[in-house]
Design a protein around this ligand. Structure first.
Ligand SMILES: [Zn+2]
Length: 399
């Protein structure tokens, strides 16, 4: 046993009480009839009514004061580079800012903004392994960044995917951002990746930055990547009929992003609703990008999809939590026993026209964040980025 882990270490027991509304993140039952959550050593142990839950021995008590508890938000599509810096807008501290937008988990769609990004096979593999290692060991504000997502290039062979998987790489960056832009090669490499347990995302739509190019529905269908990345374009969307075809003919995840075409995102949502396949819808920002960084991007997507897509706010939360966790096989994203004790606590923004927090979101407003908890530890209190919440939770003193 490591010397910094004494054998008699007291388990950290977190108690959150007086929860006014509990959003589960699970599409099957997005609202739970519960007011109390207990977590032990960063994992949820119990969810229920106060009278039914063993609340003894808490080492940290949070009084939700009637506010709303939801799973920490997941940004399914970011482009990190190194540390908490993005060269795209030369900004420092962007990840910490997203934490103040309720984002506790980020998925890299490729570290493609790395200055001098290597494009030879040895170099791109080395960079992916480096990013995977560096971001697993670096968690600004507790945010968990799943990174190390190589962009496939011509010349890669099956053995390369085997090596990457053995080294701990679990996903590919956006297919189409490298030299592989044809359906047949993409399909072969995506299949090799899948064989070794590596998930894949494809860039969908027009070119994002000089050097990338159009990926249309035929290439997306041929490649058959696990996630149809930014189906609403990043930034430029495919024509409507192609988006509908992708929803209908593929069974893969439908990712809609903040930095895409909002009308195309709503078309995707409407089509998924008609197909009764809302479980496929996941949300990202596709940032940092030419349009900047968006600390509130995921909240803005929830509000946009809910208000303009006529989806209840509790369902829209599932797109940014449980759906993404399920598709990407993460331990966070749902409030249920054994899941990560990672939460965002929200309330109606001060002076929003809605009567409840859900109604305010359905009217297009953003909620206010009062607290963010990662793995059972308070990472942020009143957000510096959202409008102020009407009521904020409190840490009960004396513990
Ligand atoms: Zn893209």
């Amino acid at each position: 046993m490591a010397h910094d882990e004494p054998a008699n270490k007291t388990p950290a027991r977190l108690l959150i009480r007086n929860i006014g509304l509990l959003l589960s993140g699970n599409l099957e039952q997005p609202i739970l009839d519960a007011d109390t959550v207990v977590a032990v050593d960063g994992k949820i142990a119990a969810v229920g009514k106060a009278k039914d839950v063993d609340a003894e021995g808490a080492t940290l008590i949070i009084d939700a004061r009637g506010t709303t508890l939801a799973p920490g938000l997941i940004d399914s599509h970011v482009h990190p580079v190194a540390g908490d810096w993005t060269p795209r807008q030369n900004q420092i501290g962007w990840i910490d800012s997203y934490l103040h937008g309720g984002v506790t988990t980020m998925i890299s769609a490729g570290e493609v903004h790395t200055p001098g990004r290597p494009k030879d096979v040895v170099g791109l593999k080395a960079m992916a392994i480096f990013a995977q290692r560096a971001f697993s060991a670096f968690r600004p504000g507790g945010v968990r960044i799943h990174a190390g997502a190589p962009v496939i290039e011509h010349g890669m062979v099956e053995e390369d995917f085997k090596d990457l998987a053995a080294a701990g790489v679990t996903m590919l960056g956006e297919v189409g951002l490298g030299s592989v832009k044809d359906g047949a090669t993409a399909r072969q490499m995506v299949a090799w990746a899948r064989k070794f347990g590596i998930q894949s995302t494809i860039h969908t739509g027009g070119p994002s930055i000089p050097g990338s190019s159009l990926i249309d529905k035929d290439i997306v269908l041929a490649a058959d990547a696990d996630i149809i990345g930014h189906i609403n374009g990043g930034h430029t969307a495919l024509p409507d009929d192609q988006i509908v075809t992708l929803c209908e003919e593929s069974s893969r995840a439908l990712e809609v992003v903040h930095n895409g075409n909002e009308r195309a995102a709503l078309l995707t949502l409407r089509t998924a609703t008609e197909l009764k396949q809302l479980g496929r819808v996941i949300v990202g920002t596709d940032s940092p990008a030419g349009s900047g960084v968006q600390p509130l991007g995921i909240l803005r997507m929830i509000s946009m999809l809910s208000s303009l897509g006529e989806i209840s706010a509790e369902v829209a939360f599932c797109f940014a939590t449980g759906n993404t966790a399920k598709i990407r096989q993460l331990g966070c994203g749902e409030i249920a026993p054994d899941r990560d004790a990672t939460f965002v606590m929200i309330d109606k923004a001060q002076h929003s026209a809605g009567n409840t927090v859900l109604e305010s979101i359905q009217r297009g407003d953003l909620p206010g964040i009062g607290m963010v908890i990662v793995d059972g530890v308070v990472s942020a209190q009143r957000s510096r980025n959202t409008p102020p919440a009407t009521t904020s939770p409190e840490i009960v003193p004396g513990r």
